[in-house]
Design a protein around this ligand. Structure first.
Ligand code: ZN
Length: 215
């Protein structure tokens, strides 16, 4: 335990020095007042928030219930608007939006809030939206063993907004597994339902962006 804490401290200290050097290299004075706390703040942010997913085992979040009354329910379960906050691995800039999960259960259901934890564990890493979508879909297939699963992630990429084309880039990725992969009609209908359901996430301006995209 003590060793673990120590190595985490060393990691943070080393990262602090790197960020200080980074500030120098881009032409800043890391000793000026506004930047004095920046290396420490940024090191903590990267380790404890933006990349915390590396130090999390999503399996620890999973409590799968085999519940008899759910066995009767053999139709679509939709969990919408799970926040996605991630970092693009090409530019180290954020991309963010929402994930929507649709699945047809077999015998297992997953605690509702766990979806958000699982998406978070895979999001808080350096990611590609395509890979994030595949990883979460594969993980859910593995733990839930549903008849089929569809995972849609819609996100805005700030690496296109603050550089390059200087406009936000919207990306939708869809992973289908099981019967959603085999049954095209079911897949298309479910995507239609997902599009028609309003976005209920709390963040108004992300909602506006994503909503306008569909018009
Ligand atoms: Zn990027």
């Amino acid at each position: 335990m003590e060793l673990h804490v120590k190595s985490a401290m060393n990691r943070e200290e080393e990262l602090k020095l790197l960020i200080r050097r980074f500030l120098e290299l881009i032409g800043e004075d890391p000793d000026r007042e506004g930047l004095r706390e920046t290396p420490s703040r940024v090191a903590k942010m990267w380790l404890n928030e933006l990349t915390r997913g590396y130090r999390v085992n999503p399996k620890e979040y999973v409590k799968v219930f085999e519940v008899n009354e759910y066995v009767r329910y053999k139709d679509l379960v939709i969990i919408k608007d799970v926040p996605v906050r991630s970092i693009c691995e090409h530019h180290l800039l954020p991309f963010f939006g929402y994930a929507h999960v649709a699945y047809i259960p077999s015998k297992k259901v997953l605690g509702f809030s766990k979806f958000a934890r699982i998406v978070d564990a895979y999001s808080k890493r350096l990611q590609l939206q395509e890979r994030l979508t595949e990883q979460v879909a594969d993980f859910l297939m593995d733990v839930l063993r549903p008849k089929g699963l569809l995972l849609v992630i819609e996100a805005i990429h700030t690496c296109a907004l603050v550089r390059g084309i200087e406009e936000p880039m919207f990306m939708t990725t869809i992973a289908s597994r099981g019967i959603f992969k085999d049954d095209e009609k079911l897949r298309l209908n479910t995507i239609k339902i997902l599009k028609e359901l309003p976005i209920r996430g709390k963040n108004e301006w992300i909602k506006d962006y994503l909503f306008n995209r569909f018009q």
